[in-house]
Write a protein that binds this ligand. Structure first.
Ligand code: SF4
Length: 391
């Protein structure tokens, strides 16, 4: 029998696993604290479990996060890890320290199938979804590497953004399991406001997330009309802007009228009294729209005005992202003037609008620039090369 990976469980599913082993389900809470709050890598270190139980656990379970292939730190403190997820694939995780917070950008897939035109990850094609262990393993690893000590109140990663490689809603179940662990007081105990999921606009799964585990929501918008968004974010052809914005409204309004079904199977068992998530309110009363600034493509003043008309009274914030060029990107970064004019137009219309600081450029650590290493199963690189040689 192969050993289970304890990083694959949330508290409720670990309780069920213990019950199947003939153990008390409440052991799950103890083990979650050791694995995630204390950050131990070995069941031998779980000293409040009996010796017998530790011996049995050592036979049947392990704690296995992705190994580190590369660890780089930029002069501004941004730190990036290339993590080994097997079969010559690597994913990237980035830690961005700021004065009053530390944000970890986590990947959810090896590559991405969605082919956004400006995205370095999208260029590489898609290999597979990450498991829950590989997703939460990024936070587990970062906490250990950064010297966090949650048991004694030393928190280094204060915020998590699901904005690394991949479309998180395309790997729904594993991402939700990992986010449950982030929010669980027996594990990382993060507030739902400090866990942000960023989607390119997978509308049905936005509703599912609202009904299952609402966290803060960011949407990769990048264009003020369908014609341009079809080109930049091709999933727009399936769920165009009107549907996307309606889903954003539903998300903000919360799940009060939605069927209460999504996480029934994860309800606590027996004496496990896991905190029940409040499913009926969005953690924030706005959506953050991400907008990558591409020179002469989507950065003109008339684009900003279209955006104002498009969004109307939808509660939101804008985050303008300076584009990080990569080889053969086919796009250039907007000028500083263009970004500031665009920002001013949105602010004038009453929208809170920030410009993302570029961090960690020396290590290609900025979001949207996560390259990793992907053994493409979609043949995208080959198709692209064919198209270019035919042109
Ligand atoms: S921007 Fe996000 S959804 Fe689009 S291709 Fe890149 S990783 Fe995928």
């Amino acid at each position: 029998m192969s050993a289970v990976n304890l990083l694959d469980f949330d508290t409720a599913s670990l309780g069920r696993w213990f019950a199947e082993q003939g153990e008390k389900p409440f052991r799950a809470r103890q083990v979650m604290r050791w694995v995630h709050r204390a950050g131990v890598a070995n069941v031998e270190q779980m000293t409040d479990l009996s010796k017998d139980l530790r011996a049995r656990l050592a036979q049947s379970a392990e704690i296995r996060a992705p190994g580190v292939l590369k660890d780089s730190t930029a002069p501004d403190g941004t730190r990036k890890w290339l993590l080994d997820v097997g079969a010559a694939n690597g994913i990237e995780t980035v830690f961005i320290p700021e004065t009053n917070r530390g944000t970890l950008c986590i990947s959810s897939q090896v590559g991405c199938a969605l082919e956004c035109a400006f995205c370095s990850t999208g260029r590489q094609g898609f290999n597979r979804n990450l498991s829950a262990a590989e997703i939460i393993g990024q936070l587990w690893h970062a906490n250990r590497a950064l010297g966090a000590d949650l048991l004694n109140g030393k928190r280094v990663v204060t915020n998590v953004v699901m904005m690394g490689m991949g479309e998180p809603l395309a790997n729904f179940d594993a991402v939700v399991t990992a986010m449950r662990v982030m929010l669980d007081d027996h594990a990382y105990g993060m507030s739902r406001r400090r866990v942000t999921l960023s989607t390119s606009g997978m509308v049905p799964w936005m509703d599912r997330l609202r009904d299952t585990l609402p966290v803060s929501l960011a949407v990769s918008l990048h264009a003020p009309n369908d014609a341009l968004r079809d080109r930049l974010v091709p999933i727009n052809r399936k769920w165009p802007l009107a549907e996307l914005l309606a889903a954003c409204r539903r998300y903000i309004e919360g799940a009060a009228s939605a069927p209460d079904h999504a996480d029934d199977e994860d309800e606590p068992v027996d004496e496990l009294r896991q905190v029940k998530w409040q499913r009926h309110a969005a953690p924030r009363d706005f959506v953050t729209f991400e907008y990558v600034m591409l020179r002469d493509v989507n950065d003109r003043l008339d684009h900003a005005r279209q955006l104002v008309d498009l969004i109307g009274d939808l509660p939101c914030k804008f985050n303008l992202i300076p584009f990080n060029p990569f080889p053969d990107a086919g796009f250039e970064r907007s000028t500083q003037d263009a970004v500031l004019r665009f920002q001013a137009e949105l602010i004038e219309a009453g929208f809170v609008t920030t410009v993302r600081k570029t961090r960690g450029q020396e290590i290609d650590g900025a979001c949207g620039q996560l390259a990793g290493q992907v053994q493409d199963k979609t043949q995208r690189s080959a198709r692209r090369a064919d198209a270019e040689s035919a042109a």
